[in-house]
Design a protein around this ligand. Structure first.
Ligand code: GRA
Ligand code: FAD
Length: 664
């Protein structure tokens, strides 16, 4: 039977070259080709099927994940895939697994904090998966407060070993992914104790399980911490609990790039900043920003396609009803999310560049850009994951009742995604890190210190503190200079107000604590400015392809002006814009929605997602939603029999009783 594209009429309306946009979305032609090839490889292989996850029991689900991870590794080896290809393949398998932590944290922790010798020994094993590792930092009693960790690593000069110990219940490692059932090794974070002196938290490589029978080594207790939010979802991951009872490891298993312990038990701090112990978190936070654009774009792809398929009301003379995507309210909820998906993509690209740049500098012992890299990764991780988690849920609502079905793919996407607001740093805790950085920067204003990078705008404090916007028409709001000035003035004024209020407190720490809600808002304003400015930079760079610039300009305008609308109170109360200018911004926003409307389906096609990856009947490429939704319902195990199990025990007696009552 010939396949019908129910969305063809939408695709025909597109005013830009979708194939060219796919390259822009992917970052380069090469990235597009790798991504396209790997997604098809996964989608065409029945071993990677994932449509049954919500109905499997935890044990079946977990075993199935182990099977897929092993099979993925087999394919990676057989096909001689590069690191880039392998990581894309795992991405498209689309199932949280111990491998995420092995490749995503264990390997980077050793790479970033280990010495050359340690790389040689441990990375060689890890790259071949002859050992499997996880990242065990968080404890039952302490997650956000890394300095508060309780696990100890006490140096024993007699045997040249560290003794790893969990002194309390709250010091049990708790949460690390891959730990519960699979990892053979871990990078453990513990307090280094030498001769009774506490040198703070350091990383250690510890073997947890035997490589022969997988049993925990003596002195080690490990298990899974139990079911998590949602069916399927993150329950494919064995987040674990771990306790040590005086476990001995050789001295050379402390990660010694940042500081060393000598044979004699001398603690040596190199000139590398201590904060590099936190380096793996900086790396992962940076990857989380790109992942946010992937998760949000996926939800938006489902919601846009389905909104074009779904019709409600407005039928005239027996004609079709209105596509829900044509309702302005639907557009005002959906298009800012579409714009955010693109915005996060571009800021993620930039952040990756920033991270590489810092890494290069660190290698050359140049540490000056580390605080900014920390503030940017922490802030953007927080901003993008909060917006993405909220955005996925909004997309589910945008799909009406059918969005609540697991077959829409959205409940599972939300359940898998939402812990990103917590892991790798709670989002509020991270915003307060940005705020600390901002307060430091504000305190340097007027000192003659040259501000660079993402705080360079503060250099123009004198102007930004008193300027009023020159916007006179709705059209003016499309000009990058007007948008940037409004966002810069708002961010700076919020930060400066916080600094002034802190200075009134008895001491800075007390002031910071009292003002922390305002500080978190100032941090959000600063981070939104970064996203807006990187979007503008992207558009001002080289972009080839028919109509691409126009579409991206419209999306950038939607991103910025919808934020302006949402945070209007801040823009008005800080005097950055007038109520009249706010009304003009809203007028412009409406016209941008109209501009994007005919291109909406093509703009989500540019993400190049296969139906396998989307995992959503509502988001199917061909828009053939109703027959497939109907078909899918019959696959539910509850429909295996017409009369359900339990009818005879629990339903029939009730009905009989009612019959007797009725006869009375
Ligand atoms: C909140 C902080 C940052 C607090 O750090 P602190 O040293 O106690 O206190 P502070 O006075 O605020 O900071 C001291 C100083 O350290 C700086 N700093 C802090 N973090 C970094 C960094 N990463 N890079 C570079 N610099 C950093 C701060 O800016 C401070 O600098 P300053 O003294 O002001 O110049 C820290 O405890 C932290 O990062 N907590 C969050 C814990 C976290 O993210 N855990 C992640 C566990 S792994 C995980 O969740 C994996 C999930 C993976 C998955 O499944 O995908
Ligand atoms: C799915 C998942 C996977 C994980 N994987 C790993 C892993 O692989 N390895 C690992 O080591 N860890 C892992 N974690 C742990 C994770 O990193 C921590 O949960 C996270 O850092 C938050 O810490 P917490 O749980 O202690 O939150 P808490 O700090 O207890 O937060 C609770 C509340 O207190 C607030 N709060 C805390 N401190 C402050 C403050 N100073 N100021 C204002 N408000 C504050 C927070 O905003 C939050 O609202 C994982 C967690 C999850 C959910």
């Amino acid at each position: 039977m010939e396949e019908v594209d129910h969305l063809a009429h939408e695709r025909n309306k597109a005013q830009f070259d979708v194939e060219a946009m796919k390259i822009v979305w992917a970052g380069s032609r090469h990235a597009f080709e790798v991504s396209d090839r790997m997604s098809r490889l996964v989608a065409s292989d029945p071993a990677f099927r994932k449509d049954n996850r919500a109905t499997l029991s935890r044990k079946e689900l977990f075993k199935n994940t182990l099977r897929k991870a092993a099979y993925a590794w087999k394919r990676i080896v057989e096909l001689h895939l590069s690191e880039e290809e392998a990581s894309k393949l795992r991405f498209f398998v689309d199932e949280p697994a111990y491998t995420d932590l092995h490749w995503g944290m264990f390997v980077p922790a050793i790479k970033g904090q280990g010495t050359d010798e340690q790389h040689q020994k441990w990375l060689t094993l890890a790259y071949k998966m002859q050992i499997i590792g996880c990242y065990a930092q968080t404890e039952l009693g302490h997650g956000s407060n890394v300095q508060g960790l309780e696990t100890t690593a006490t140096f024993d000069p007699k045997s040249d070993e560290f003794i790893i110990h969990s002194p309390t219940l709250t010091s049990s490692k708790w949460w690390p992914g891959g730990l519960g059932k699979v990892s053979t090794h871990a990078v453990i974070y513990a307090r280094l104790i030498i001769d009774g002196r506490d040198h703070g938290v350091h990383g250690f490589i510890v073997q947890l399980r035997s490589l022969d029978d997988h049993l925990p080594l003596p002195g080690i207790t490990i298990g899974d911490i139990g079911m998590k939010f949602g069916n399927g979802a993150y329950n494919t991951m064995d987040n674990g609990v771990l306790q040590f009872n005086h476990v001995r490891i050789p001295r050379n298993q402390m990660l010694m790039r940042v500081s060393q312990v000598t044979r004699e038990g001398k603690y040596v701090q190199s000139d590398v900043p201590r904060q590099l112990v936190y380096g793996t978190m900086v790396y992962v936070r940076q990857t989380i920003v790109s992942d946010a654009s992937s998760a949000l774009s996926r939800a938006v792809c489902v919601a846009v396609r389905y909104s074009a398929v779904r019709r409600q009301f407005g039928s005239q003379d027996g004609g079709p009803e209105t596509q829900v995507i044509d309702y302005k309210t639907q557009q005002s909820r959906l298009f800012p999310l579409l714009a955010s998906a693109y915005a996060f993509r571009f800021v993620g690209e930039w952040l990756k560049w920033l991270y590489m740049d810092v890494t290069k500098r660190l290698q050359a012992n140049e540490f000056s850009t580390l605080p900014e890299a920390h503030a940017c990764t922490a802030g953007l991780k927080s901003l993008t994951t909060t917006a993405t988690a909220d955005g996925i849920e909004e997309c589910r609502k945008l799909c009406g009742g059918h969005g609540y079905l697991c077959s829409s793919g959205l409940p599972e996407l939300f359940a898998v995604y939402v812990p990103a607001c917590t892991y790798e740093g709670d989002n509020t805790v991270l915003l307060l890190q940005v705020a600390r950085f901002l307060m430091k920067t504000v305190s340097q204003l007027g000192s003659g210190k040259q501000l660079v990078g993402t705080t360079a705008y503060m250099q123009r404090a004198e102007h930004l503190m008193q300027c009023t916007s020159d916007v006179r028409s709705a059209e003016d709001w499309l000009k990058p200079s007007f948008i940037l000035e409004a966002f810069e003035a708002r961010a700076l004024r919020l930060a400066v107000t916080c600094a002034k209020n802190i200075s009134k407190a008895p001491n800075p720490e007390e002031g910071f604590s009292q003002l922390s809600p305002d500080l978190a808002e100032a941090a959000v304003a600063h981070c939104q400015l970064i996203v807006v400015s990187k979007f503008i930079d992207k558009i001002q760079g080289d972009i080839d392809g028919m109509g691409l610039k126009e579409q991206l300009q419209a999306l950038c305008g939607i991103y910025a002006l919808s934020l302006l609308h949402k945070h209007l109170g801040e823009f008005l109360s800080t005097g950055c814009i007038t109520p009249k200018q706010a009304a003009l911004a809203n007028e412009k926003l409406r016209s941008l929605y109209a501009k994007v409307r005919p291109n909406a389906v093509a703009l989500v096609d540019a993400f190049n997602y296969t139906d396998h990856f989307l995992g959503s009947i509502l988001g199917r490429y061909d828009g053939n939603v109703y027959p497939k939704l109907y078909e899918e319902a019959w696959k539910d195990p509850l429909n295996d029999s017409v009369v359900p199990d339990g009818y005879h025990e629990y339903v029939r007696p009730l009905l009989k009783q009612q019959l007797r009552t009725a006869k009375l």
